[in-house]
Design a protein around this ligand. Structure first.
Ligand code: ADP
Ligand code: MG
Length: 321
């Protein structure tokens, strides 16, 4: 038996070299990953602490393992009663449901119980779940079981076995929230990196766009295979290399195909979505991975987002919109 869980690697590297005025970066571990905020002037440093405070608050509300948070409370009441959540959390859950429908279920925020069955967060793995267990749970994950009432801001999971998991949308959303708050606090240029989900504010001091390097799944952390030039946008990557375990010679990664309940068998090695809408970029990155390159291209075109796909055969597909 061989098991291994890698810590989340930073999926994206920022190339900062051409910023002349110096930079200031603060790090914090939250959202189950390494996070950082970089600003480029002394005066802007004061904005970083309140933004991290806002992100911690958001993390508490969205983390399904924090019993007092909104998402965890919704899960604890699955099959029993609707739960009132904050307007912000309600908005994100509604968005997640819409995106599930828009991606024909490839992004499904109600898959939490199936992820738990696989136990990607556990350090040790002695077996994989049985097909019967997975199949039994899958029907509970149907998005129609996520019942939303906008008038009362309440969320109800209609099947007691299903669990809400915003893991594939929360960091993208949070990155955009952080960048907006930085702008409100007077910051003109900054980079927010939430475990490889990058949001860039403004552009470089000389007016040129930021250059974001996309992690090469085959290389050590920091090696990139392509770069994306961009301003005021989010750059979000999904790949099978980010979280997985090996058991009896088979690799099981954390992005599940909602139609089977098994790790998605994709011809994509890594997919990056570039969009000013961080939640959209994050959800689409996961959905595209599940759908495979051909359907991913179609989805990105339909959604009007820029994308960069690396296939398992090494082909790089760039979609400009
Ligand atoms: P990461 O969070 O590692 O950057 P993703 O954005 O692709 O990567 O999100 C993966 C996480 O989302 C998983 O760890 C799991 O919690 C959840 N998840 C897995 N498969 C799906 C899916 N098909 N739809 C929605 N959420 C998923
Ligand atoms: Mg995602």
């Amino acid at each position: 038996m061989k098991t291994r869980v890698l810590p989340l690697v930073m999926a994206i590297v920022i190339l900062l070299s051409s910023c002349s005025g110096g930079s200031y970066t603060e790090y914090e571990f939250m959202m189950d990953t390494n996070c950082s905020i970089t600003v480029y002037s002394r005066a802007d440093r004061d904005a970083v602490a309140p933004v991290f405070a806002r992100l911690r608050e958001l993390d508490r509300a969205l983390d399904r393992f924090n019993a007092s948070g909104d998402v965890a409370r919704v899960n604890l009441s699955a099959g029993q009663s609707p739960v009132e959540v904050s307007p912000e959390v309600f908005g994100l859950i509604s968005r997640a449901k819409e995106l599930c429908e828009m991606t024909a279920g490839a992004f499904n925020p109600l898959l939490g119980a199936v992820s738990d069955l696989w136990g990607f967060d556990r350090a040790e793995h002695e077996s994989v779940p049985s097909q019967t267990e997975i199949a039994g749970l899958l029907e509970a994950c149907d998005i129609s079981n996520l019942v939303l009432d906008a008038d009362s801001c309440s969320v109800y999971i209609a099947d007691e076995r299903a669990r809400l998991d915003l893991g594939a949308i929360a960091k993208g959303y949070a990155g955009q929230v952080a960048s907006q708050l930085l702008a409100e606090l007077g910051v003109e240029r900054a980079i927010v990196n939430l475990g490889g989900n990058v949001t860039v504010l403004g552009s470089r001091e000389d007016g040129r766009p930021w250059r974001v390097g996309i992690q090469n799944p085959e290389a050590d952390e920091g090696g990139y295979f392509a770069t994306v030039d961009c301003s005021d946008t989010s750059v979000v990557t999904s790949g099978a290399y980010q979280r997985y375990f090996d058991l009896d010679g088979v690799r099981y990664h954390h992005i599940l195909d909602p139609s089977t309940g098994y790790p998605a068998e994709s011809d994509i090695s890594s997919v990056t979505i570039i969009s000013p809408d961080g939640a959209l970029a994050d959800a689409l990155s996961t959905a595209c991975f599940v759908l495979g390159s051909r359907n991913a291209e179609e989805l990105c075109r339909r959604c009007g987002v820029q994308a960069l796909i690396l296939t398992t055969s090494g082909e790089i597909i760039r979609l400009e919109q």
